[in-house]
Design a protein around this ligand. Sequence first.
Ligand SMILES: Nc1ccn([C@@H]2O[C@H](COP(=O)(O)O)[C@@H](O)[C@H]2O)c(=O)n1
Ligand SMILES: C[C@@]1(CO)OP(=O)(O)OP(=O)(O)OC[C@H]1O
Length: 167
Amino acid sequence: MTDIGDMTIRIGNGYDIHQLVPQRPLILGGVTIPHDRGLLGHSDADVLTHAIMDAMLGALSLGDIGRYFPPSEPQWAGANSLDLLAQVGQLIQQQGWRVGNLDTVIVAERPKLKPHIETMRSHLATVLHLQVNQVGIKATTNEGLGPVGRQEGIAAYAVALLWAIPR
Ligand SMILES: Nc1ccn([C@@H]2O[C@H](COP(=O)(O)O)[C@@H](O)[C@H]2O)c(=O)n1
Ligand SMILES: C[C@@]1(CO)OP(=O)(O)OP(=O)(O)OC[C@H]1O
């Protein structure tokens, strides 16, 4: 039951997009996916994991990942986004919250992501100490429309539902 007075549940959403370029690995949900191009970024540019972190932080009005892992800091160059996600998971827990469930969409024209989705779910669930059934990942093309449709980039959306840890 939703307890509005005590705010026992909170919801957040996240979005990210990165450019597809040659000679970069394509990493989504911590999984390296065979492809002729990868996502450009200061970190490993894992758009799915970035969107999830922003959704979790957003649920508690804690800002976005740039506040905790500024792209201007060399410390985060090449960062493994799953390591960053573990830190966001710890922050959420320290604040007295746990993830109820995550639901996400990856928007990518190519490659076909279906064969990799269960591995992504498993990686994300492990890092956040969740059951796999608490992590939803869907994939869709952009039907050839816009920059994602032209394969210039890959985008991801995430929603996170958080529950207060009973005291
Ligand atoms: N990169 C992608 C995109 C889509 N899928 C799967 O294909 C289904 C159909 O996609 P549409 O965009 O044509 O609706 C979609 O439901 C996904 O299951 C995929 O695996 N990888
Ligand atoms: C995690 C960070 C760290 O530089 O990753 P980036 O690869 O810069 O990706 P972006 O989504 O543009 O910003 C988030 C950053 O905080």
